[in-house]
Design a protein around this ligand. Structure first.
Ligand code: GRF
Length: 193
């Protein structure tokens, strides 16, 4: 359980690599009165990440981190997070794998959203794999991040029915819509809201 500090919002950082539609939904959520989080920093490993523009619209500071050297990159990120007194990290389409020591540093404070019903379909190409296996349902999961990929404690999941004519692309679209609702819900759940 992440401890809330009363009426003050918890300082949060969102990590992205690309489109940032989950970032957008988290920003909208964070602006609500009953949201327990306030997004104070966006981290991206990609200067061209489309999502960076959402942060700019809301004047949320961002740092683009060069990931040529992972250990240096993570040191820089930790510096930025401590500098802004960040208490909770939301990974939202962040395509880099965090090191064990980074995760240890923020134990129990890192969340991720994954486009499958974990523990099924960890890793990439989740929609293609679910369709190829003739699954009737797929969905999305918000979970804590631990040192094993997509394996941390599950906070919340949402099922999405796979239609007869779904392609990986159409399924991704359907699931993404649910992701935008699930991430805020999972954060509320964490704070018992
Ligand atoms: C989402 O499907 C998320 O579950 C996965 O990467 C995608 C990111 O989408 N980890 P966006 O950048 O939030 O639009």
């Amino acid at each position: 359980m992440v401890q809330s500090t009363g009426p003050k919002k918890i300082k949060c950082s969102v990590f992205i690599s690309g489109t940032g539609s989950n970032l957008k939904s988290l920003i909208q959520f964070s602006k609500k009165k009953n949201s327990p989080i306030s997004i104070k920093l966006i981290i991206s490993d990609n200067a061209k990440a489309k999502g960076l523009k959402f942060g700019k619209i809301f004047k949320i500071p961002n740092k683009v981190i060069n990931y040529k050297n992972k250990s240096i990159a993570e040191k820089k990120i930790i510096y930025e997070l401590k500098n802004k007194d960040i208490r909770i990290i939301c990974l939202a389409g962040f395509m880099k794998i965090l090191s064990k020591s980074f995760i240890k540093n923020f134990k129990g404070k890192i969340l991720n959203i994954h486009p499958s019903l974990l523990p099924k379909y960890k890793g990439l190409n989740t929609h293609q794999r679910a369709i190829s296996n003739n699954e009737k349902y797929s969905g999305c999961t918000v979970h804590f991040v631990n040192s094993r990929l997509d394996s941390g404690k599950i906070i919340l999941q949402k099922e999405v029915k796979i239609g007869k004519f779904d392609t990986p692309k159409s399924l991704a679209k359907k699931i993404l819509l649910q992701e935008h609702k699930l991430y805020p819900k999972a954060i509320k759940k964490l704070f018992n809201l």
